[in-house]
Write a protein that binds this ligand. Structure first.
Ligand code: BGC
Length: 852
């Protein structure tokens, strides 16, 4: 075994799996044992005591070395070169739970067992890693022809197909989050799923639900839905269902606590950053949406690049064996992020099932040998492959009508190839509605919008037009279009991906090269067409007889004195592989202020791949309207025009908080970096999630900080009033037992989803035009954050009319994670209930009690 075969959570010899029955009626000691399932025999207790002595000794030294912003005196300490003192920080959980065919998986499981039973060891191992292929698929599992298994194509991503032709670009994850619209998210997912299927893509590498946005400037936050676990959980549920209904697996990613791009990859001698997360925070915040993904039946989960409690995501037995396969009863397969595998035996035993894009020397022949020499039980390999084949059956990909893997995915579109047009005219509606509903109007002074029929509009800013090029250049990997790089140029994105050491430019805060419909990296779709804001406004102005002036070059443009309105288009660039350099940029702020100084009806449109500060100009009296336009996908311009001119009434709400100042986000404004005086950790960067669940609005509420724009905030062209709150909680002692008692199903004990309370309210449209309102329900759980989102609904209400909204609160919605019991705990006590239009505008207030 090579050195890299040893994971930081060694203990691979431990083969104990705690069962539910072992955890009944626990004494204190049993509870300790339940929390530490290792402690089941005297021999093990002695081992633990010995290990504890060693750990406490080493640990004290280690603790002294552990990073903190206050680390002092480490200047002269030599960098650690060995990670052994981190061992055990991520508890060992072995053996890897085998697939059991839970619930809806039973048929597929039986069929898979039959097929896998026919395979030789070598054949099984061949399905645990990708092969280099002649398709454009990001990953390809090989076929086993004699068993009529054709292989599988895995491809990006969560916003539509990447790096190929004849596909649509849907709104990005953050845009879906901002829509707060469940049925719309489902429609989008179905439309995407159908395109992936048509192209012969078996596995959609998405949706991304991590990063969630702990780090405000995170480079990939835009791929995910929201910084709130509940909101994210709802959208991952809809997305998994929608995509999988079309017969395509979702690969929900990146598992887990993958919150920053800085140091996400290993670059020896430096290891990847470690996300250090405590058990309670893990369950209540980061695992929460993954639980929804598993509950929805996601057939695949992607393990992440970085380390978790100092053990790599793709060899972490606590997260994969423990959280995912044991606690959540995950029945699908875990695929590595691309080249995220760092071990052979350790990764296999820790629960990783498939290595992508290839297993290098870790698996393949080495895995065959590891089985033969007893390092890995063959049953583990059988389980890996059973999970793969079962998912293929479960999604009906064994049917004749599923295209061969990669059928519509040419390796290089510049070479002659048969065209597979995946677009469907029935998707046009969801492309448009989706683009419209993720726009969030945050300022509209004196009804400046909608525009009506202006005589003269002046347009400014680099983000109004399409980029100058939208073409495949290199084909294959080295293509700017394949990575959505046009707004900033290929050099920068490539430098990020390749961790180029001699790249001496600053990372871009904005995409000066043109409008943004997505961020950069593997999450960027490749639109077949793109209507920019300028193109759509031009067409509208032409029809209306509106005169247009524009200047997209200057930062200090002249302004025609008779302009009815001046529209300024800026953006916020973010990309995979690096984090944003700042939460605002001086160039765009200067542009806005310059225009505002000459135009008393200045409207700002920001295509933003994450939260952006606006205090530099938001209160300027000439800035009359501001739209966070997020990342709308290819229908960007059309959607914007319908909002600007009142064809659509804005209905988006922020899926994050906009602060007045960076420091309001505490230290989370930027990624955790190695502090200059912390030489000790130079090779082992640490990111301590010491804020727990107090991220975004939970932090603002706890600290009493006034946000600039609260989580959940967004304006409409009409106004709404809330009334008639009713709260009904279950009084049935058996349903309000302190811990769930139901059988394990996908996602955990199934009674976690039992409804324990119902809340209803009326939403009245008190304005003059019809529109959607997002009614939001927040709950105050005893001992937890002031309020947490636990329900939302988005009725369409005619002017003067009312709509009823109803929310169901499940056991999980009301529980906290009990670290001792290792279960969700429904506490006795009084629970606050609030309903309103944002996390800070909650006119309805009530409460209910849980007695158990
Ligand atoms: C990304 C994944 C992506 C994969 C395949 C990795 O760099 O982190 O999100 O799915 O590449 O392209």
């Amino acid at each position: 075994m090579s050195k890299t075969d040893v994971s930081a959570d060694t203990g691979t010899a431990e083969h104990h799996k705690p069962t539910m029955s072992e955890q009944k009626k626990p004494s204190v000691w049993q509870r300790v044992q339940a929390g530490l399932p290792f402690l089941k025999t005297k021999k093990r207790i002695i081992i633990v005591l010995v290990v504890l002595v060693v750990i406490i000794g080493g640990g004290l030294a280690g603790l002294a070395a552990l990073p903190s912003k206050k680390t002092e005196g480490s200047v002269d300490r030599e960098p650690m070169t060995d990670d052994s003192f981190f061992y055990g920080l991520s508890p060992p959980v072995y053996p890897s739970p085998e697939m059991e065919g839970l619930g809806a998986w039973s048929d597929a499981f039986e069929k898979a067992r039959d097929m896998v039973g026919e395979m030789t060891l070598e054949e099984k191992v061949s399905l645990t890693g990708g092969i280099r292929s002649s398709t454009g698929c990001a990953g390809l599992l090989p076929p086993i022809r004699r068993l009529r298994f054709p292989g599988m194509c895995l491809h990006d991503a969560g916003q539509g197909l990447r790096n190929t032709d004849f596909v649509n670009a849907y709104p990005a994850g953050i845009h879906v989050g901002a829509s707060w619209n469940k049925p719309l998210a489902r429609r989008r997912a179905k439309a995407m799923g159908s395109e992936f299927r048509t192209k012969g893509v078996n596995v959609l590498l998405g949706p991304s639900i991590g990063p969630m946005g702990r780090v405000v400037s995170g480079g990939r936050n835009w791929e995910s839905f929201s910084v709130d676990p509940y909101l994210t959980g709802v959208f991952v549920h809809e997305t998994v269902n929608g995509v999988q209904e079309e017969g395509v697996l979702t690969s929900v990613k990146h598992f887990i606590a993958n919150e920053q791009e800085t140091n996400r990859l290993q670059k020896l001698p430096r290891e990847a950053v470690s996300s250090n997360v405590d058990d309670k925070t893990m369950h209540e915040f980061y695992l929460w949406p993954f639980q929804d993904a598993v509950h929805a039946g996601s057939a695949n989960i992607m393990c992440s690049y970085q380390r978790i409690n100092n053990s790599y995501g793709c060899q972490n037995s606590k997260t994969m064996n423990g959280l995912l396969k044991d606690e959540l009863g995950f029945q699908g397969w875990v695929v590595s992020d691309w080249d995220a595998q760092h071990a052979g035996v350790a990764a296999a035993l820790a629960g990783m099932d498939v290595a992508m894009p290839v297993p290098h020397d870790y698996w393949g022949d080495t895995l065959v040998e590891a089985v033969r020499n007893g390092s890995v039980p063959e049953s583990r390999v059988t389980d890996m492959v059973t999970r793969v084949i079962a998912s293929w059956y479960r999604l009906n990909q064994d049917h004749e009508d599923f295209p061969p893997p990669g059928a519509g995915m040419p390796m290089n579109v510049q070479e002659p190839h048969a065209i597979v047009d995946a677009r469907n005219t029935s998707s046009r509606g969801v492309l448009r509605d989706g683009a419209v509903e993720g726009h969030v109007l945050v300022k509209n002074a004196n009804g400046a919008l909608p525009l009506g029929r202006p005589r003269l509009l002046s347009l400014f800013g680099y983000s109004a037009t399409s980029a100058r090029g939208m073409n495949f250049i290199g084909g294959g990997f080295v293509d700017p279009l394949a990575f959505g790089a046009y707004p900033v140029g290929w050099e920068e994105v490539e430098a990020g991906f390749t961790m180029k050491e001699d790249y001496d430019q600053d990372w871009s805060a904005i995409g000066l090269g043109g409008t943004m419909i997505s961020g950069g990296g593997s999450g960027a779709p490749s639109p077949s067409t793109l209507i920019s804001p300028f193109e759509a406004i031009k067409a509208q102005a032409d029809g209306d007889g509106t005169a247009l002036l524009w200047d997209f070059e200057r930062g200090d443009p002249g302004v025609h004195a008779e302009s009815d309105a001046c529209l300024v288009f800026g953006n916020v660039w973010a990309s995979e592989s690096y984090d944003r350099p700042a939460l605002y940029d001086d160039y765009t702020d200067g542009l806005i202020l310059n225009v505002a100084s000459r135009c008393n009806n200045t409207m700002v449109v920001l295509h933003n791949a994450g939260p952006r500060l606006v205090d530099q100009w938001i209160e300027h009296s000439n800035v009359t309207a501001v739209l966070f336009a997020h990342l709308p996908g290819q229908d960007s311009g059309n959607a914007l025009v319908s909002i600007l001119y009142g064809g659509a009434n804005p209905s988006g709400k922020l899926p994050y908080t906009v602060a007045r100042n960076e420091s309001d986000y505490a230290h989370l404004a930027g990624p955790d970096v190695l502090l200059p005086d912390d030489r000790v950790h130079a090779n082992f960067p640490q990111s301590n999630f010491s804020e727990g669940v107090y991220v975004d609005y939970r932090h603002f509420d706890r600290q009493g900080i006034e946000p600039r724009f609260a989580f959940g905030f967004g304006l409409s062209y009409t106004s709404f009033a809330f009334g008639n709150l009713t709260v009904q909680a279950s009084r049935n002692a058996s349903t309000t037992a302190p811990y769930p008692t139901g059988p394990l199903g996908e996602g955990g004990p199934q009674d976690l989803w039992a409804v324990l309370a119902r809340v209803s309210a009326d939403v009245r449209n008190t304005g003059a035009v019809a529109g959607h309102e997002v009614a939001q329900l927040y709950v105050g759980i005893p001992g937890g954050p002031v309020r947490q989102l636990r329900g939302f609904d988005k009725p369409f209400v005619e002017a003067g009319e009312s709509a009823a909204v109803e929310f169901e609160l499940t056991r999980r919605d009301l529980s906290v994670w009990d670290v001792g019991a290792q279960k969700w705990h429904l506490q006795n006590g009084t629970y606050g209930v609030w309903v309103g239009s944002s996390s800070r505008d909650l006119p309805l207030e009530g409460e209910f009690a849980i007695q158990n």
